[in-house]
Design a protein around this ligand. Structure first.
Ligand code: XMP
Length: 320
């Protein structure tokens, strides 16, 4: 059982000092790799690893084709300003190939996990001298995986999987005792810009967690555009997380006086402290109407927009 450090008990400088020392002693004079997705957790791990190892930490951004619009460039640029060099690795084809034909949510998550850890990371690790992967698993990821609710793509030991045996490298998880609020306070103490430490969470399986049914390039393009619209309109309003979900079913609509059998986008916007439970934000109808008109106008093929009003539980924050 991993013991939780609650926000009120967390002393950021002490925590940072301890984790930096733990990373140093685990890696010794070797090399570690970390996968930066630009989310809060992986950004904090990147800074911790950088403090511990300097340029013996190789930070890579895996371009899996499932990310937001312009994400790789933005993250690379933000970290450059912090003095951290990020390598962007193009693995788009591998992920899309692995996801082809899969509709079941857990199988999608599994395909992403295998491609990420076994194929892409396996290769990077084999080609480098690294024996360690630093990653930002947090306590909520473990709770939900162990409870069998949803397999977070970064949880292994708790499922009885030894990453060293399965993938050939060790995984270090310095944030495992924290929840999202604690991770943000560590990010702030590490000097990350607010754009990074206050970012809304983004799932490891990325936009694939927001497409119901099979993930295809065409659907990714729709959900990516819808994500840009939703994030632009809902940012800065204090919600914990907000997103666009692309539904599988098409619905009849009309455009230019003709029948248009089109796509449906579900908007979700959550109030939550730590992602364990969440309630839909009481957005005003004016904002909802604005979301609908922008989504219909800016995202080709969308004829229906809905707003989720169910709580977690029984919903989960992401749709997949
Ligand atoms: P759910 O959808 O399980 O999400 O209610 C809870 C929180 O976790 C994020 N999330 C993930 N984070 N790997 C992650 O690192 C994952 O596989 C994953 N799935 C969901 C989600 O965005 C929310 O903040």
């Amino acid at each position: 059982m991993t013991s939780e450090i609650k926000l009120q008990d967390l002393v950021p400088e002490k925590f940072i000092g301890e984790k930096v020392n733990e990373i140093k002693s685990a890696v010794g004079d070797g090399i570690a790799i970390n996968a930066l997705s630009g989310g809060v957790d992986s950004s904090v791990v990147t800074m911790l690893g950088h403090r511990a190892l300097g340029n013996r930490l190789r930070s890579v951004f895996i371009q899996n084709g499932l990310m937001r619009d312009g994400e790789a460039e933005r993250v690379e640029c933000l970290f450059k300003e912090l003095g951290v060099k990020i390598e962007v690795i193009d693995a788009r084809k591998e992920f899309l190939d692995a996801l082809a034909g899969i509709t079941d949510p857990e199988k999608k998550r599994e395909a992403i996990t295998q491609t990420f850890y076994k194929k892409v990371f396996g290769r990077i690790v084999r080609e480098s001298d690294a024996h360690f992967l630093l990653q930002g698993t947090i306590l909520t990821d473990i709770d939900e995986t162990v409870a069998g609710i949803k397999r977070q793509h970064n949880v292994f030991a708790q499922l009885g999987i030894d990453p060293h045996k399965a993938f050939g490298y060790k995984i270090l998880e310095p944030l495992i005792q924290l929840r999202k609020d604690g991770v943000r306070s560590i990010g702030k103490a590490l000097g990350l810009p607010e754009e990074l430490f206050a970012r809304i969470p983004f799932p490891g399986p990325a936009l694939a967690a927001r497409i119901i049914g099979e993930v295809t390039e065409e659907k990714l393009s729709v959900v990516r555009k819808a994500t840009s619209v939703v994030e632009r309109i809902l940012a800065g309003r204090g919600a914990f997380q907000f997103m666009a979900i692309l539904h599988e079913d098409r619905v009849t609509g009309m455009r230019d006086g003709k029948r248009d059998f089109g796509r449906q986008i579900e908007v979700r916007c959550w109030d939550s402290v730590d992602a364990r439970t969440a309630t839909p934000t009481r957005l005003s109808f004016d904002i909802l109407e604005y979301l609908a008109s922008e989504l219909v106008e800016k995202v080709p093929g969308v004829v229906s927009v809905t707003y989720n009003i169910a709580t977690k539980p029984p919903s989960t924050i992401e749709a997949v």
